[in-house]
Design a protein around this ligand. Structure first.
Ligand code: KIV
Length: 265
């Protein structure tokens, strides 16, 4: 079986098929998620919290991301792999290119993800010029948790909603091919998904995004601490992890997840 490509993911948006995405950090979970129909993995820097036990993603370093990305790639055959550039690993275009190269060459990623809007345009441009596919990440940007003053819903007032939409459009123009929107009102998730031509993957961004992502450990109810409103435990009424993953994929494909109780107004 060959691995999905960004063209396959883009075709899903054009055909109106919802995209089911989960985080993955190791080979065993990657195999299980791959076998149960997950379309894309984010090897997320959320691993700093759910694997390493930190209270934010900030301590995660490039070596961590390369290591976990390579494990996920070895464990999977079909699923498209997106790997995060961690905190402070893309402060200049040169550093961004070097670190993205490591994620592709050593980590086996097919696409790299970075957080931020207008301030990332130079970094996106150099990656695109060097044939490295890029995924953006707007709304709640966990690497900016100290600046934001916590993990808060973004884009609730007119001005910040307009800024997120403008950032999304600027990133698309600069060449990103996928965008994650985190913790924003459903109406803004819908507007951006309809306005942009690239696929939009929501996490707490409403049911009208082109796809949905959850941290796998949240989806299985094994994460510790505060649970965000958008989190649903798919293992609750199932008797295996395989069944829980299939339930997540089906719920995304049928637009049954996120329900209104998992969404922000
Ligand atoms: O780090 C991460 O896991 C992520 C996804 C949840 C979007 O960025």
């Amino acid at each position: 079986m060959s691995r999905l490509t960004i063209d396959d993911i883009q075709a899903m948006k054009l055909q109106g098929e919802k995209i089911a995405v989960l985080t993955a950090y190791d080979a065993s979970f990657a195999t299980l998620l791959d076998d149960n129909g997950v379309d894309a993995f984010i090897v997320g820097d959320s691993l700093g919290m759910v694997i390493q036990g930190h209270d934010s993603t900030l301590p995660v370093c490039m070596d961590d991301m390369v290591y976990h990305s390579a494990n996920v790639v070895r464990g999977s055959k079909r699923t498209f792999v997106i790997t995060d550039l961690p905190y402070q690993s893309y402060t200049t275009p040169e550093q961004t290119l070097n670190n993205a190269n490591r994620l592709i060459k050593e980590g086996g990623a097919q696409m790299v993800k970075l957080e931020g809007g207008q301030q990332q345009l130079d970094n996106v441009t150099i990656l695109v010029a060097n044939n490295i596919p890029v995924c953006g990440h707007l709304g709640l940007e966990p690497q900016s948790v100290n600046e934001l003053g916590g993990y808060k819903v973004q884009g609730r007032d007119e001005e910040s909603a307009a800024r997120i939409l403008k950032d999304a459009q600027a990133l698309q123009e600069a060449g990103i091919q996928l965008l994650v929107l985190e913790c924003i009102p459903s109406s803004l998730g819908k507007l951006i998904s309809k306005t942009l031509t690239i696929p939009i993957i929501g996490i707490g961004a409403g049911v009208d995004c082109d796809g949905q992502v959850l941290v796998t450990y949240d989806m299985l109810g094994i994460s510790q601490g505060h649970k965000a409103k958008f989190v649903k435990n798919f293992l609750d009424d199932k008797n295996s992890i395989d069944a829980a993953v299939r339930a997540f994929v089906d719920a995304v494909k049928q637009s049954e997840y996120p329900a209104p109780e998992h969404s922000y107004q």
